[in-house]
Design a protein around this ligand. Structure first.
Ligand code: IPE
Ligand code: IPE
Ligand code: MG
Length: 250
């Protein structure tokens, strides 16, 4: 290819204009994927980790710079302890195996949620990953772990209330902007598109504040099967939408 020729577009130019900057994903359906094959749920979670690797790559190739994924909810602590420990082990392996590669690719890792509930070992791993990658700018991967949006909002309200109590903040200074910047997701843009795989059409306590004007896309595909074609469908669907934010389209 002649160097003066433009780089081939992966998506039509009309879609490029509407490419989401920030994609959030509720990665659901691992258990059902495994069950339908007569496998233990953990096998589904393992395949889910492969789907994450693939999706991260596909997002970055498509030009999406922010990906926030729901990996473990505050309510998922209610699952059987065997499944929880398998999931925690998988998380440790994922970080152990992927961190260097992610860092080389310029990925900045963030973690949101009540991380104090995780083991000391995992917490240490997360802190290490966060610090190692904090100067990276090419891609922003945020992993929601032990995350619940209501808990995040309550915690934020408590932090701000304490500042008022200590005389460091006036009640009138508590604005939407300040509140946003006091959440776990401070510094991240709000998600433009949120995909939930696995066929359920609910938020399950994910990014309630942040998704006020997010576009939703519900996919029947179980997370372990989620591939480039599924991502493309979601991106192309998003590209056709008109985001009005309460205004009229005229
Ligand atoms: C999502 O898959 C992964 C986590 C919640 C950790 P599930 O484990 O919820 O799978 P299903 O919904 O039971 O199929
Ligand atoms: C949401 O999925 C949490 C994650 C994907 C990590 P769940 O499977 O826990 O949600 P519900 O129980 O179907 O609402
Ligand atoms: Mg589920």
């Amino acid at each position: 290819m002649n160097s003066s020729e433009p780089t081939p577009l992966i998506y039509p130019s009309s879609a490029i204009r509407h490419l989401p900057t920030h994609l959030a994903i509720i990665m659901d359906g691992n258990g059902r994927w495994a069950k339908s094959r007569g496998l233990p749920r953990t096998a589904g979670h393992k395949k889910g980790a492969d789907a994450l690797r693939r999706t991260l790559d596909n997002c970055s190739k498509a030009g999406i710079n922010y990906l926030t994924i729901y990996a473990f909810s505050s309510e998922n602590w209610k699952r059987p302890s065997d499944e929880i420990s398998d999931l925690m082990q998988l998380l440790q392996h994922y970080l152990h195996n992927e961190l260097e590669t992610l860092h080389e690719k310029g990925v900045r890792l963030r973690f949101i949620g009540d991380l104090s509930k995780l083991s000391k070992e995992i917490y240490g791993q997360l802190e290490h990953a966060k610090h190692l990658t904090e100067r990276n700018k090419d891609f922003h991967l945020t992993i929601a772990l032990s995350y619940g949006s209501r808990q995040e909002i309550v915690h934020t309200a408590q932090k701000l209330a304490q500042l008022v109590k200590d005389g460091k903040l006036e009640t009138s200074q508590i604005t939407e902007e300040l509140f946003s910047q006091s959440l776990d997701t401070a510094g991240l843009p709000e998600p433009d598109l949120l995909i939930r795989t696995g066929g359920e059409t609910r938020l399950s306590n994910f990014l309630l504040w942040q998704s006020a004007y997010t576009e939703f896309y519900f996919s029947q595909t179980l997370w372990p099967d989620f591939d480039k074609a599924d991502l493309d469908s979601a991106i192309n669907d998003y590209a056709k939408r008109e985001r009005r934010y309460g205004t009229s389209s005229e």
